[in-house]
Design a binder for this molecule. Sequence first.
Ligand SMILES: N[C@@H](CCC(=O)N[C@@H](CS)C(=O)NCC(=O)O)C(=O)O
Length: 207
Amino acid sequence: MTSSSKPNISNIKVTYLNGRGKGQMIRILLRYLEVEFQDIIVEQISDSLRATLPYGQLPIFEATINDDQPFLLAQCNSICRYIAEKYDFAGKTDESKALSDEVINGIWDLIVMVVHTKDEEARLKLNSITLPKFLNAFESKLTKNKFVSGEETTYADLLLFTAYDYIEFLGVEIERSKYPKLEELKSHFDSFPQIIDYKNKLPITKF
Ligand SMILES: N[C@@H](CCC(=O)N[C@@H](CS)C(=O)NCC(=O)O)C(=O)O
């Protein structure tokens, strides 16, 4: 899972709100890779915190590089890609990396639609058309190859697994029997002790 040479990084801190949202992708990735980090949870973004954030938003990732260089990164997807590259979980080829990127963009398109669809009629359309469209797209990738970007697993698989759970957490029912490959992916990640521990300790949050 981790690369043979030790990454030149220490004092990792992840700061996010008291919820799963965008922060969970970073937290679960670090947990899966068994990377130690400080999980900083804030109830809201104070003015003093906001002043330190590149876009005034969370999550952010902070670390020390080569023992003395502070490093700050914002934007959830950039953070996940950076961690995956650092710990050899981004995919080996340009194509595998690009397909991982594609799937992660798809995951966020779907999550954003789920989060922002409140109206009942729109919700029905989401459940009957949009959700199956996206889940079938992921399912077909997992049918073609063992993992979404090929025969080797990458962080895109872990984030897809996380999103699959998260969509249900957000109150959308998934007809799981229609997605046997996604179910297989779920069983794959649900069997790792660090993932079991992470999920068992997930606090009750609103989002
Ligand atoms: N594109 C950013 C979006 C980050 C974002 O929207 N963060 C929200 C929380 S999920 C936030 O900080 N909201 C507070 C605000 O914008 O004032 C990312 O993917 O990290």
